[in-house]
Design a protein around this ligand. Sequence first.
Ligand SMILES: [Zn+2]
Ligand SMILES: [Zn+2]
Length: 318
Amino acid sequence: MRALWLEDRALRLRDDVAAPEPPPGEARVRVRLAGICNTDLELVKGYYPYAGVPGHEFVGEVEAAPGAPEWVGRRVVGEINAACGACAQCRAGRRTHCERRTVLGILNRNGAFAEALLLPIANLHAVPDDVPDEIAVFTEPVAAALEIHQQVSIGASDTVVVLGDGKLGQLIAQTLAATACRLLVIGRQPARRAALAALGLRAAGEEALPTRSADVVVECTGNPEGLEMARRAVRPRGTIVLKSTYHGRASLDISSVVVDEITLIGSRCGPFAPALQALREGTVRVGHLVEGRYALAQGLLAFAQAGRPGALKVLLAP
Ligand SMILES: [Zn+2]
Ligand SMILES: [Zn+2]
């Protein structure tokens, strides 16, 4: 089958990747649409050593599901962490932290920039008929945005600053707006700030960054400098939620974190069912975030566009 292949920090198009055969408990999903995420761009830069097919944001149709024929033909999205179910983390209910996990397109499991992929049937979520592919393909990043709400309780009395107006920042800001908190998005791109304003959200440039006053700061700039900005904006005993993964290290004055008793929270994958629901109900709008759509054969061009500064979501259609 055709797939994008990442090896030694080089991405290439292959037509000779073996079509995967699902082991018991897993399904083969024909990919209908996939999204390029910052994590994919960072993988190419080498933030994490991975060889194989990248891609973890997708919507597809189940082609084969040994032992679970009721899934065949269903349109699905899928949680990206495949857990063993038996290790200490799994038994404690932390399946996304399974010690033996594979992660779609990120860790020991070929991903979505291919004609087909494999995932455990337990990871699949059926997509309601009234949610089109172009919207359903955002389920994974919306779930990642909603993870913040599982980790920090945010209410109407909280001042929340989102650092970053990119793909993920746009989704996070919309999920936060639903809490009625006092929300400010700090971003560099006037067009993206205008997109937020069109959704009724307050957005401004870096000059509007508050000083030591935000209850919660969500860092999703994708840049190491974002962490220092978050540190400046948060109040004593406030919380910084970290959403960016990047190649290399960020620096932070840890003593000031101690003195001001700041809580740092790493935040990754989140719940799919409420993400699908938010997309279906329009609580989170994504139509304006798509800026390109390519055939899989044009995958390298798609990556070039997705990697341009200020790029929004680029989709791949196998
Ligand atoms: Zn992603
Ligand atoms: Zn496990």
